[in-house]
Design a binder for this molecule. Structure first.
Ligand SMILES: *Cc1c(COP(=O)(O)O)cnc(C)c1O
Length: 422
């Protein structure tokens, strides 16, 4: 009885093991006091966090709503149905699977569903913006399938659709993947569809990064064009860490089978419920406005950096991120990451097209605005951040100056708290 009481009343502040409690507090402090420009990160709402931390995590629910292998699923069935209904409304689809634990799990389920070992995949080169799960040799995709790559055009650093078509005709892949991790331009899903139709291949759009922009109408839609759309729920969609698959209803049985028991066991019902919460938030008009501001901020920060003399890969951005080429500044991505981290500006190092440096060093950094936009920052703050980045990199040998910049970063971040709402 006392044990049960304890559980009912558990809170982070009183009962949690002190080692982890301290770590969570330190991490909260870090998130509040730094400027987070990692393009794949965001701040979820308190509702999403509370749902993830709920008793729904205790439930095993292998199977699908109404068809589970475990008893006692009536409540989690409702949660999953609600998540599916809201996702379909959000993406304008008639089928989706909300169980993938992550973006990579969602992709693997598609591969398992439609490919045999050794089948050919045509996907974007990693260095040019593609993702590990699209055929990196250490990833399952690269181990079990024959991977062919398309690159960006060396001049424009944008996808060259004629080149993709030529490679596709030569390779005759069973699957073409479009969608990227560090590509700052619009992806023309319709052109990819034409190419896939010409060579008789499946088309998968991996919208992990851009899903939030897409459902808000600020990126062309993949759902009506691709055979399969995969997404993450934690990047621009601003939900819990997880994945999602959307497709035509005719693929429902195939995909459901491929997710469970194909690549996963029991679904995480607390995460699925939190996805439902996030989808409801994303259906609101305020989310459209949020997506619009992400892009405005990204363009503003990008322009500022350009004016400071930084070379931007492809010359600019249409979305939530851009990649800065530091070559002419005599800096590597790895060095820039060190300097920026020391002042509290958090980015990731990133390879650039035709990069001569190793992925651990890199010639570039990737900058994204979803998180700072959630905090309510606008164009004025973007100019300020651009100034701070530029000044930190310029004064990288000057410790007094770096300390001063660090103070300014902290004060700007703390003017836009994230956890006081909701
Ligand atoms: C982030 C990303 C993923 C992977 O998502 P995880 O949830 O980390 O597995 C998949 N594809 C692309 C294009 C991504 O950018």
């Amino acid at each position: 009885m006392t044990n049960l009481k304890k559980h009912e009343n558990h809170t982070l502040s009183s009962e949690i093991d002190t080692g982890i409690k301290k770590i969570i507090e330190k991490e909260l402090e870090r998130q509040k006091s730094q400027i987070i420009l990692i393009a794949s990160e965001n701040f979820t709402s308190q509702e999403v966090i509370r749902t993830m931390g709920s008793v729904l995590t205790n439930k095993y629910a292998e199977g699908y709503p109404g068809c589970r292998y475990y008893a006692g699923c009536e409540n989690v069935d409702e949660a999953e149905r609600l998540a599916i209904e809201r996702a379909n409304k959000l993406f304008g689809s008639d089928y989706c699977n909300v169980q993938p634990h992550s973006g990579v799990s969602a992709n693997l389920a598609i591969f398992l569903g439609i490919l045999n070992c050794g089948d050919k995949i045509l996907s974007m080169n990693l260095r040019d913006g593609g993702h590990l799960s699209h055929g990196h040799k250490q990833n399952l995709s690269g181990r079990y399938y024959e991977i062919h790559k398309y690159c960006v055009n060396p001049e424009t650093e944008m996808i060259d659709y004629e080149d993709v078509r030529n490679i596709a005709k030569k390779v005759m892949p069973k699957l073409i993947i479009c969608g990227a991790s560090s590509y700052s331009r619009i992806i023309d899903f319709k052109k990819f569809r034409e190419i896939a139709d010409e060579v008789g291949s499946y088309l998968m759009a991996d919208t992990a990064h851009i899903a939030g922009l897409m459902v808000s109408g600020f990126h062309p839609d993949s759902v009506s064009v691709a055979d399969f759309t995969t997404a993450t729920t934690h990047k621009t969609l601003r939900g819990p860490r997880g994945g999602l698959i959307i497709a035509d209803k005719k693929y429902a049985a195939l995909i459901d089978r491929s997710v469970f028991p194909g690549v996963q066991g029991g679904p995480m019902m607390h995460i699925i419920a939190a996805k439902a919460v996030a989808f409801r938030e994303a259906l609101k008009d305020s989310f459209k406005d949020y997506s619009k501001r992400i892009i405005e901020n990204s363009k503003a920060l990008c322009e500022y950096m350009k004016n400071e003399g930084f070379r931007i890969v492809s010359g600019g951005t249409d979305n939530h991120l851009f990649v800065v080429d530091l070559t002419s500044k005599g800096l590597t991505g790895h060095e820039a990451l060190g300097v920026l981290t020391s002042v509290g500006i958090i980015i990731n190092k990133n390879v650039i097209p035709f990069d001569k440096l190793a992925p651990t060093i890199t010639s570039g950094i990737r900058i994204g605005t979803p998180a700072v936009t959630t905090q309510g920052m606008g164009i004025g703050e973007m100019y300020k951040i651009g100034e701070l980045i530029s000044s930190a990199l310029k004064n990288r040998e000057n410790n007094t100056k770096l300390k001063e910049i660090a103070r300014e970063v902290k004060s700007l971040a703390e003017d836009f708290p994230v956890y006081t709402k909701g």
